[in-house]
Design a binder for this molecule. Structure first.
Ligand code: ADP
Ligand code: ZN
Length: 606
């Protein structure tokens, strides 16, 4: 294990293993099989990269996306590791060079797409070479259960039969039991050691707000809390992607759209700019995301409610992979919920499947509606028990519930009076005494509940209705215009034998979250930080790699903090291994020296 730690420190520049990385590395380096479930950003890559460096031969890494492979290879090379990717974009001349490097025993990691990994030609090539291990990244692609099913992944099971003595490690961030079972089955990993990391992402701050003007709320959030940061905004439809991206741009933000309806070149270009440049906001449908390895995404915003907790978790998990503070912000409204329910009801799925989908949606809704910690129900969903986190809106700013029994009874009885066959908007109009034609035609302006809710605004009633659905007092029928219906649980409330506590109808202004530059203590630090970022952009352009591959934000922070003066100081810096110090060390020291000199000037002036 000392050898593994030595590689971790000298090649990758990290002081210690995280979580169960050490055990995984040990298992695979010793020739064992492993199945690794680790959340996005948990540090899966090192789990096979270090064993690949410890063992003899070349490691074959199966990865589903070209962009992902290229980034990994670029990062490894910068760290001084011999790695290559073979895919359709690689010219044949280069393929020969790669083959030579494998034959000469120089290449340590070879990235391939699944279809190539199982092709007879490639396998025959492997037959003649020493393989250190097989790593199967994004292993959930074997499962139809997930959203990224790739049929070729199923055939990867043949590696087990053809190379029974070579260790195999499968890695994924998808944790549900069905997907797990599929991975074990199709990849023949029944006997493999299983490593599950906690799915908690403590650096992500969760904030969920009720929608009234979503775009405006989003703009506020970005301008007040996320200025100048990279982020992703997820929208439900292509149209709203276009609309929101244009709106953000009009307001001076660097936003780009991404959805399946855009031409291929535009999508590739936008994705490339997002990963390579700083401060871009990608406004996207869920088509965007898998394989986005950018570690310094500072926020993920959902402008609509996601359809399941898994989706929410995967999407929001793209923020803060570097472990630095990041935000997950979600804006939801009742119309949004109704639309999603309707989509499920009208989908071609069979009845059982529809019920499953509706339940999944309700689970998200519960997280949105809870007055308690957001993280507790999220983690419970992945089978983890936890305490309130202290890093979500409700923990930091607990909503004080009030006795809303009287209003709730008005609502419930109105639902009953209109025959449980009208949607929320209608019921609220009756409550508020709005005598429109439709209500008059139905003679609902003569009901005893007509106008008894005039004391509250439409928005207040929507909040009450939504909370009643959340509490299970009301149900809406997705097959029948979302008509509100009473549930069993509503009876004791209607009879007056139970009180109902609700969250405040108007949210107290959330305490403004600490903006990120907070760790910068002085103006000099701030200017050094900006100078280092400038340097990083220039370096990344020159080397034609994403900025974060040159070095991450955490590395730059560490430099600002420690103010290295000579090369030997750099080995202390987080994320700087020997190869990077050789390549960039002098440049980094030069940037620092400029500011150290200025500091002395200031001190003399003072
Ligand atoms: P995953 O594939 O699980 O989403 P990565 O392997 O891309 O995550 O790792 C996420 C980030 O964490 C990367 O920037 C990586 O360099 C960093 N990282 C991984 N392991 C460690 C460690 N032991 N110490 C510090 N940083 C680490
Ligand atoms: Zn919390």
């Amino acid at each position: 294990m000392n050898a593994a730690r030595h590689i971790l420190q000298t090649t990758f520049g990290y002081p210690d293993f995280r979580g169960n990385q050490a055990q995984i590395v040990e298992t695979v380096a010793a020739g064992g099989n492993a199945m690794v479930l680790m959340p996005t950003g948990g540090g899966k890559s090192l789990c096979y990269q270090i064993p690949a460096l410890l063992r003899e031969g070349v490691a074959v890494v199966v990865s589903p996306l070209i962009a992902l492979m290229d980034d990994q290879v670029a990062a490894l090379r910068l760290a001084g590791v011999e790695a290559a990717a073979v895919h359709s974009g690689v010219p044949s001349e280069q393929l020969h060079q790669i083959a030579d490097a494998v034959s000469a025993g120089r290449l340590k990691l070879l990235y391939v797409a699944p279809e190539r990994a199982v092709s007879e030609k490639f396998l025959r090539f492997l037959d003649h070479h020493l393989i250190s291990l097989f790593a199967i990244d994004e292993a959930h692609c074997v499962s139809q259960w997930g959203h990224d099913f790739r049929p070729e992944y199923r055939q990867l099971g043949l590696l087990a039969q053809r190379y029974p003595h070579i260790p195999r490690i499968a890695l994924t961030a998808t944790a549900d039991s069905q997907t797990r079972a599929d991975i074990k089955h199709y990849l023949h990993l029944q006997e493999a050691a299983e490593f599950t990391a906690s799915f908690d992402r403590p650096n992500i701050h969760y904030q969920i707000v009720e929608k009234n003007n979503g775009k405006k709320q989003l703009l506020d959030f970005i301008q007040k809390q996320m200025r100048g940061q990279s982020g992703i905004v997820y929208c439900l439809s292509r149209k709203s992607v276009e609309d929101v991206a244009a709106f953000l741009r009009e307001n001076g933000l660097n936003a780009l759209p991404y959805h399946a309806g855009l031409p291929n070149e535009t999508r590739t270009e936008h994705q490339r700019r997002f990963t390579r440049e700083d401060h871009i906001i990608m406004v996207a449908t869920v088509a965007f995301g898998m394989g986005i390895d950018k570690p310094d995404v500072r926020f993920v915003a959902h402008l609509d409610m996601p359809q399941s907790i898994e989706h929410f978790y995967q999407e929001s998990g793209r923020a803060g992979r570097d472990g630095l503070p990041a935000h997950s912000w979600l804006c939801y409204g009742m119309n949004n919920l109704m639309l999603l329910r309707e989509r499920i009801a009208q989908s071609g799925a069979d009845e059982t499947q529809k019920q499953i989908e509706l339940q999944k949606l309700n689970a998200v809704f519960d997280v949105c509606e809870t007055a308690g910690c957001r993280r507790v129900p999220l983690l419970r969903h992945f089978g983890e028990a936890s305490e309130p986190c202290g890093n979500c809106d409700n923990c930091l700013n607990p909503p004080v519930r009030f006795d809303a029994t009287e209003s709730v009874r008005k609502l419930l009885s109105c639902v009953y009076r209109v025959g449980q066959s009208f949607a929320a908007g209608y019921v609220i109009s009756v409550l508020r005494g709005k005598a429109d034609d439709w209500i008059a035609r139905n003679r609902h302006d003569t009901l005893s509940t007509f106008g008894i809710g005039a004391d509250l605004s439409e928005k207040d009633w929507r909040s009450i209705t939504r909370q009643c659905i959340g509490l299970g007092l009301l149900d809406s029928d997705p097959y029948h215009f979302h008509a509100l219906r009473l549930t069993e649980a509503a009876k004791p409330v209607l009879k007056g034998s139970e009180t109902v506590l609700l969250r405040p109808l108007k949210r107290a202004k959330a305490a403004v979250q600490t903006p990120r530059g907070d760790w910068l203590r002085t103006e000099r630090e701030e200017r050094l930080w900006q100078a280092l970022r400038q340097w990083r952009i220039g370096r990344a352009k020159a080397d034609n790699v994403p900025a974060y591959i040159v070095c991450g934000d955490r590395t730059l922070q560490d430099i600002v903090r420690r103010m290295p003066k000579q090369l030997s100081d750099l080995s202390e810096i987080y994320g700087l291994g020997a190869a990077k110090i050789t390549q960039f060390g002098a440049e980094i020291l030069a940037v620092c020296a400029r500011f150290a000199a200025q500091q002395n000037d200031f001190e003399e002036m003072a």
